[in-house]
Design a binder for this molecule. Structure first.
Ligand code: AMP
Length: 176
């Protein structure tokens, strides 16, 4: 597992979605079964002994990794979505983006009270979205003992906003 170079399977797209941003694209992982399997197997190895009761993932790319992980681990998947997408009663949280505000939601009935939820996304940048997601899960009565991302951009200081929750990622990049 350690000899596998995940970097080879992450497409870097300059100036997307706007000038100055280097976009780390995980669709090239999905297109390579060996790379996709490496990610899911790594997640299972990391969390199989950590008493995780459910996985919560952020729309939309987080779902792609959380779904096979949840099936393999035989645990529930809790989708966290942008405002207005979930039809049932929701818990929601507004948070700040660079120039705007965003809002995410989760179905209140799907948040298991007192249970340990692994929270994840494909990529952790500022950590703002995961922070808001952690807040709605804990407001719903769950615990978030671990946060996971496939890709991490630590120079954006997500560790500060997400402390004290332990964060694990498979690959880190140090510039944008
Ligand atoms: P953040 O809340 O800043 O941690 O990032 C929120 C979302 O933006 C994550 O779900 C990432 O998928 C996406 N994102 C932010 N920056 C990048 C980037 N440089 N490349 C790819 N995705 C990004």
């Amino acid at each position: 597992m350690s000899s596998f170079n995940l970097d080879d399977h992450i497409r870097k797209v300059p100036d997307f979605p706007k000038k100055g941003i280097l976009f780390y694209d995980i669709t090239s992982i999905l297109a390579h079964p060996q790379a996709f399997r490496f990610c899911i197997d790594s997640m299972i190895a990391l969390y199989k002994d950590k008493q995780i009761d459910a996985v919560a993932a952020i729309e939309a790319r987080g779902f792609l990794f959380a779904a096979p992980f949840a099936v393999n681990m035989k645990i529930p998947l809790i989708p966290i979505r942008k405002k207005g997408k979930l039809p049932g009663i929701t818990l929601s949280k507004k948070y700040d983006l660079e120039y705007a505000q965003a809002e995410i939601e989760v179905h209140q009935a799907d948040v298991p009270k007192g249970k340990r939820i692994l929270l994840m996304d494909d990529l952790i940048a500022t950590g703002g979205t995961l922070n808001a997601a952690r807040e709605i899960l804990t407001a719903g009565g769950a615990e978030v003992p671990e946060i996971f991302g496939i890709v991490a951009l630590p120079f954006l200081n997500y560790e500060k906003i997400l402390a004290p929750t332990p964060i694990t990622t498979l690959i880190e990049y140090f510039s944008e």
